[in-house]
Ligand binder design. Structure first.
Ligand code: URP
Ligand code: ZN
Ligand code: ZN
Ligand code: ZN
Length: 484
């Protein structure tokens, strides 16, 4: 059975044109004028775009004494409702646990996924087993990216020598190094000091992790990646200091990518001053929300190309879970939701305001991500042969974001009350019509794991350049005699 998306305007990262799209067997099989012979979806007045890819989620993640509340079912359903057809989640080994075992545990969470998914592997400790497992993860398990936490001291954090060892291994394997960039040692001491001074509310979370703390770690990660000769992806870039570091590195020819979150682009630090404890605690995440100067910097990064992708870091906790931290902000589970809201919020505050173009919107929500993570053009493209992960975007459709009508399983939404203009009319996941004008028809278990091979063009270019410019012993014509 074929499906034909008719009368729409195709918008990709580099082109805008009118054409119909024919889908069979979960793939795009034809793009052209006046296509017929199948079930028709009317895209009049709409843009036909590659489905969103969220490169950063934490579904059913064990963290800070609990589990994030959205699992692979509700998380992917929320994504589809907002036009996102794929998520990339993080497999997190416990200290001493093999990476392969951890990956098995994460695969076990995915049986009810309603859209496709992939994983990044985290390196949370260092040893010979990790070194060896990394090759298995890349060469047999279809994962080409390794995340390192420079914060969460005593839990997920690795130090510089562990990170440098790991980055070198990542480089050898032709993979991508990723970092959560905050100086975890400084954060830990700031948290203790604030608590000792009686500063125990959610606002102190933000006081304990200022922008400089993120900027320093971003610079350090960039230096270590450069020494190791590996491309670097900085997750949740939230401030000018971190953006500046990325911008400078890129201007020097380094392969560094930056990922602002929709939350940091559209919500600011004033949320933490709200007199309602729940309101503030629900917005506790790392890095914290910043001020307008930082937000303007992130928007400028998206339009100028110094920042490449927009994610959510979807890591949703209920109000009850957030209340673990009453009286001690360091116990508030860190994380916010956003999977359903990323695309409508970015369209509303980015495209509708003229900060980014429609084509840039597609690039930062889908195509750039597929390219950086090496799954293009299977994902991130409207091309014959690509997976039919498609969002038919109605730029006139409006709603007011509300927890009462969201797909996520939590009891609030950090974007509550925000009006958005620009929403999916249809979302298709490998050809299956999961969202039909607001009606949800997701299929549990439809989602498949997407393998991502190593050695991207960026890896090849960087390793070639690093080999050409490597330190070499000077061949001398004569060595002076000693002791004369
Ligand atoms: O606060 C956050 N971001 N929670 C999720 C874990 C992480 O640091 O990405
Ligand atoms: Zn060490
Ligand atoms: Zn993080
Ligand atoms: Zn995260």
């Amino acid at each position: 059975m074929s499906t034909i998306i008719k009368n729409g305007t195709i918008v990709t990262a580099d082109l805008t044109y009118k054409a119909d799209v024919k889908i069979e067997g979960g793939k795009i099989v034809e793009i052209g004028q006046n296509l017929s012979g199948g079930k028709e979806l009317d895209a009049t007045g709409c843009y036909v775009m590659p489905g969103g890819i969220d490169p950063h989620t934490h579904l059913e993640m064990p963290f800070m004494g609990t589990y994030s509340a959205d699992d692979f079912e509700s998380g992917t359903r929320a994504g589809l409702a907002g036009g996102t057809t794929m998520v990339v989640d993080f497999a997190l080994p416990s200290p001493g646990q093999s990476l392969v075992d951890a990956l098995g545990m994460w695969h076990n969470k995915t049986s009810r996924a309603t859209a496709d998914f992939s994983f990044h592997m985290a390196v949370t400790w260092w040893g010979e087993q990790v070194f060896n497992d990394m090759a298995t993860i890349v060469n047999e398990k279809g994962i080409n990216s390794f995340k390192h936490f420079m914060a969460y001291k005593g839990a997920l954090m690795v130090d510089d020598d562990e990170m440098f060892s790991s980055f070198q291994r990542v480089g050898e394997l032709g993979a991508l190094a990723m970092v959560h960039a905050e100086n975890g040692d400084v954060v830990a001491q700031m948290q203790a000091k604030l608590l000792a001074e009686g500063n125990n509310g959610p606002e102190a979370h933000a006081y304990s992790r200022p922008a400089e703390v993120e900027g320093e770690a971003t610079n350090r990660a960039i230096m270590i990646a450069d020494m190791a000769g590996v491309p670097l992806y900085v997750v949740h870039t939230s401030c000018e200091q971190a953006h500046e570091a990325i911008r400078r590195a890129r201007a020097k020819g380094m392969r560094v990518y930056g990922e602002p979150l929709i939350q940091h682009l559209t919500l600011d630090e004033s949320e933490y001053s709200n007199p309602d404890w729940d309101h503030a605690a629900r917005r506790v995440m790392s890095p914290p929300f910043r001020n307008k100067t930082h937000q303007d910097s992130l928007w400028a990064g998206l339009s100028s190309g110094s920042l490449q992708v927009v994610a959510t870091d979807h890591c949703a906790f209920t109000s009850e879970q957030k209340r673990f931290g009453i009286g001690d902000f360091t116990k508030i589970p860190n994380g916010t939701g956003g999977l359903e809201d990323r695309m409508p919020m970015l369209w509303t505050h980015g495209v509708n305001t003229g900060r980014i173009t429609m084509n840039e919107f597609v690039a930062v929500t889908s195509t750039n991500i597929a390219k950086i993570l090496n799954m293009y053009p299977k994902k991130g493209a409207i091309l014959v042969g690509a997976d039919a992960d498609i969002v038919v975007w109605d730029p006139a459709k409006k709603k007011t974001i509300s927890a009462a009508s969201q797909q996520s399983s939590i009891d609030y939404n950090v974007f509550e009350g925000k009006e958005v203009t620009g929403l999916p009319r249809f979302t298709l996941t490998r050809g299956h019509l999961a969202i039909n004008d607001g009606k949800v028809d997701t299929r549990e278990g439809h989602g498949e794991f997407v393998k991502r091979p190593p050695v991207t063009p960026a890896n090849k270019a960087l390793s070639t350049w690093k080999e050409i410019t490597a330190p070499r012993k000077v061949q001398r014509t004569g060595i002076p005699a000693t002791g004369v």
